[in-house]
Design a protein around this ligand. Structure first.
Ligand code: NAP
Ligand code: ZN
Ligand code: ZN
Length: 366
């Protein structure tokens, strides 16, 4: 009863202001200019002028409705969940942010705050489902949430991150998704010194996975389908680079890995990697291809191997990751683009042609 009352009251918040954005009108339209409404900040809200927004492959999956079976896309869709910007207004109850601060917003902007996952600080697994930054249910204004391909965003301060001073704000934007999505599983499975770790796919997530696995002290191998990325992979922290299409090279590593993180965006054979794990080794999927994978039971049975998955990370861990990056000076390697180049950027993502994250300079929208 109380919940209904709260929601009704919240939905009555109807004061909004217009914000410029880029949206897809359908799965095949590409993205173009669009105007959205943002709520004026409530007491607990932070209004952020967006400076930079990273381009995640999830944006492409969602815009093209490739996840229709699990998360159908509501159009118009304004993607973007790697947001860094400047705080321009705060509500009267906001304690952690003030005007002028550089702040970040990742993949979620709210959750129920009451379920065991929320109470444990793992809001990404909220039993009542987190409110996604875009294509989520906007419980305050009604309708759908709109993401960071826009000039401003208004978010409850509990879901806003502090971006450490000294980190380049454009290079820090991808930390809000690619960063936490790779940091969290590497921490969960205690990756570190003395372990041999594989990262599959050198894209936005993969290159952050390499940097973190290296920073945690592991011996790191990169699996790639793009031999021309070898030198970059070494520069980014790989101790070894294995071209995954070379079967003979893959066989040499049979049964030798403690942990493998799979960050591939398209359909591929998981069995080729599972057989590289040692006894009790784990392979964790963060890549989310639209097509279900086929797994040979024998690849798991024979060495008691585990196949797992991981979704972004909670707010507390995201802040921990940002602070870790602040201490170590870790940011993403980016290609800065104008919003008008977004459709070409998506085409390049599909060709695995990115070094290693596109970030939109939102000044191009103003
Ligand atoms: P990305 O930048 O496009 O990188 C994907 C990489 O996968 C490519 O650069 C390529 O690396 C490799 N690849 C592409 N097609 C392949 C194929 N057919 N076979 C083998 N390898 C292939 O994508 P991203 O932004 O890092 O995202 C990766 C995936 O993670 C997406 O599916 C995305 O939706 C998902 N994701 C999941 C979460 C989560 O919470 N679990 C969060 C964010 C993103 P090489 O050239 O090195 O082979
Ligand atoms: Zn993402
Ligand atoms: Zn919850």
């Amino acid at each position: 009863m109380l919940d209904t009352e709260v929601i009704t009251k919240e939905r009555s918040h109807s004061v909004t202001f217009p914000s410029k954005a880029f949206a897809a009108r359908s799965a095949t339209s590409g993205l173009g200019p669009f105007t959205i409404e943002r709520r004026t900040p409530r007491a607990q809200d932070v209004q952020i002028e967006i400076l930079f927004c990273g381009v995640c492959h999830s944006d492409l999956h969602q815009v093209r409705d490739e996840w229709n079976a699990v998360m159908p896309t509501v159009y118009p869709c304004v993607p973007g969940h790697e947001i860094v910007g400047r705080v321009v207004k705060v509500g009267s109850a906001v304690k952690r942010f003030k005007e002028g601060d550089i702040a970040g917003v990742g993949c979620m902007v709210d959750s129920c705050r009451k379920c065991p996952s929320c109470l444990a600080g793992e809001e990404q697994f909220c039993e009542n489902f987190m409110t996604l930054t875009y294509n989520g249910e906007d419980k305050i204004l009604g309708g759908v949430t709109y993401g960071g391909y826009s000039d401003s965003v208004v978010v409850d301060e509990a879901y806003v991150l502090r971006v450490p001073n000294g980190l380049d704000p454009a290079g820090a934007a991808p930390l809000l998704c690619a960063g936490i999505t790779t940091y969290s599983p590497l921490r969960t499975w205690n990756v570190g010194k003395g372990q041999k770790v594989g990262i599959v796919g050198l894209g936005g997530l993969g290159h952050m996975g390499l940097k973190f696995a290296k920073a945690f002290g592991a011996h790191v191998a990169l699996f790639t389908t793009s031999p021309k990325k070898t030198a970059d992979a070494v520069r980014l922290g790989a101790d070894e680079v294995i071209v995954s299409t070379d079967n003979a090279a893959m066989q040499k590593y049979s049964g030798s890995f403690d942990f493998i993180l799979d960050a591939v965006s398209a359909d591929h054979d998981l069995n080729a990697y599972l057989q590289l794990l040692k006894l009790d080794g784990t392979m964790t999927l963060v890549g989310a291809p639209s097509k279900p994978a086929r797994v040979s039971a024998f690849n798991l049975i024979m060495k008691r191997r585990r196949l797992a998955g991981s979704a972004i990370g909670g707010i507390r861990e995201t802040q921990e990751m940002l602070d870790f990056c602040g201490e170590k000076g870790i940011t993403a390697d980016i290609e800065l683009i104008k919003i008008q180049q977004i459709n070409q950027a998506y085409e390049r993502l599909l060709k695995s042609d990115v070094k290693y994250r596109f970030v939109i300079d939102m000044a191009s929208l103003r």
